[in-house]
Design a binder for this molecule. Structure first.
Ligand code: GLU
Length: 313
C-alpha cells in the first residue's frame, strides 16, 4: 500500500509553496487509495512552538486535506521534538560501526576552509576533524561541545526521482561527511527524516526540489542502517513572477493572508492546480475533485513563476 506524508517544519505560517507540496503529496496518495500521514518536523523545538504546528493543521484542514494518522490526532510520536530516544538508537548503531566522529569546527572555521559550496548554500566538509586523535578530542571537548558527523565513502549514489528524473551525486566529492547531530545535541534533519520515514512505513516522499540534493545522503543512511528507502518526488518550487524563490518572508502569500483574501479554499486550490499543470486554467476547484484524475505525468518539472495577479493583495 502507498504510504505518503507531509512533514512541515512549523517555524512560521505555511506559504503557497508548502501548500503545493501538501497538495501534491496528498493527491498522490489519495489517487491510489493509500494512507496519508502528518509528521511535525519540530526538531528545533525553540524555533517551532506547538502553536505554529496547530496553526498548520488548521490551515491544512481549511485547504481540504485530511490525514489518516499524525499531527495532534496521532500522539507524541508524530512530533520530532519528542523522538530523540529513537534517534539515539540509530546514532548508537552508526557510532558502533565506527562511522561517526566529533567535529569541533566553528562556522567561521568552516567558512575559512573554503570548501566548495553546494548550490543549496551548504559546504562540502573538508574532513578537518576526521583524523583527530583521542587526545586531541579530549582537549577540544574542554573548550566546546562537538557536533557529530557521519563518514561518507567515495561512492556515487544515483536514483530516479519520480518528478525530476535521474539524479546522481558522489558522496565524498559532492556532499562530504555530514552532520547528524548538532553541537547542542539536537539531531539533524538528515538522520531524523530517514529514521522517521522508515519507522512510519512511508513508501513515497513528496517534497520541494530544494531537497533533491539531500536525497543521496539520505539514501546512504537508509542503506547503511538497513532500512527500506521510499520513492522520491521532488516537486518544482514556486517563484515570484521575477523568478525569486518564495519564502516565509513573503507574508502576502502565506496561508493567513490567502485565507483572509479569498475566504474559501477553492480559488487557492484552482490557482495551484493550474500552476502545477493539473488543470488548464485557474478555475476554482475543490481539492478532492483533483484526486479523481491525478497523475504525476501532468505535474510540471521546472520551477513555477506565479502570475503577477496573485501578488496583488
Ligand atoms: N520539514 C521539511 C520542510 O518543511 C520537509 C522535509 C521532507 O519532506 O523531507 O521543508
Amino acid at each position: 500500500m502507498t504510504v505518503g506524508r507531509f512533514a512541515p517544519t512549523p517555524s512560521g505560517r505555511m506559504h503557497l509553496g508548502n501548500v503545493l507540496c501538501a497538495m501534491l503529496s496528498w493527491l498522490s496518495v489519495r489517487a491510489r487509495g493509500g494512507r496519508y500521514l502528518l509528521r511535525i518536523e519540530d526538531l528545533d523545538a525553540m524555533r517551532c512552538p506547538r502553536a505554529l504546528a496547530d496553526q498548520i493543521e488548521d490551515d491544512l484542514r481549511w485547504f481540504g486535506l485530511d490525514w489518516d494518522d499524525g499531527g495532534s490526532d496521532g500522539g507524541a510520536q508524530w512530533y520530532q521534538s519528542t523522538r530523540a530516544p529513537v534517534y539515539d538508537r540509530y546514532f548508537a548503531e552508526l557510532t558502533r560501526r565506527g562511522l561517526v566522529y566529533p567535529c569541533f569546527c566553528s562556522r567561521a572555521e568552516l567558512h575559512a576552509a573554503q570548501a566548495p559550496h553546494r548550490s543549496d548554500g551548504t559546504y562540502v566538509y573538508a574532513g578537518t576533524c576526521r583524523g583527530l586523535t583521542p587526545e586531541q578530542i579530549a582537549q577540544k571537548r574542554k573548550k566546546r561541545p562537538p557536533a557529530a558527523r557521519v563518514c561518507v565513502p567515495d561512492r556515487t549514489v544515483s536514483f530516479v526521482d519520480g518528478c525530476q528524473g535521474a539524479y546522481a551525486e558522489n558522496l565524498a566529492r559532492d556532499c562530504g561527511d555530514f552532520i547528524i547531530r548538532r553541537s547542542d545535541g539536537v539531531y539533524g534533519y538528515q538522520l531524523a527524516v530517514v529514521v522517521d520515514d522508515a519507522e512510519m512505513g512511508v513508501t513515497e516522499v513528496v517534497r520541494g526540489s530544494d531537497l533533491l540534493e539531500s536525497t543521496p545522503r539520505q539514501l546512504y543512511l537508509y542503506e547503511t542502517l538497513g532500512l527500506p528507502a521510499p520513492a522520491f518526488y521532488h516537486i518544482p518550487l514556486l517563484t515570484a513572477p521575477d523568478g525569486r524563490r518564495l519564502s516565509k518572508r513573503d507574508g502576502d502569500l502565506d496561508l493567513g493572508a490567502l485565507r483572509a483574501r479569498f475566504g474559501r479554499p477553492e480559488p487557492v486550490v484552482g490557482m495551484l492546480a493550474a500552476a502545477a499543470g493539473l488543470r488548464p486554467t485557474a478555475r476554482p476547484v475543490a481539492l478532492r475533485e483533483l484526486a479523481d484524475d491525478f497523475t504525476w505525468d501532468a505535474v510540471r518539472r521546472a520551477d513555477i513563476a506565479l502570475p503577477p495577479e496573485i501578488l496583488r493583495a
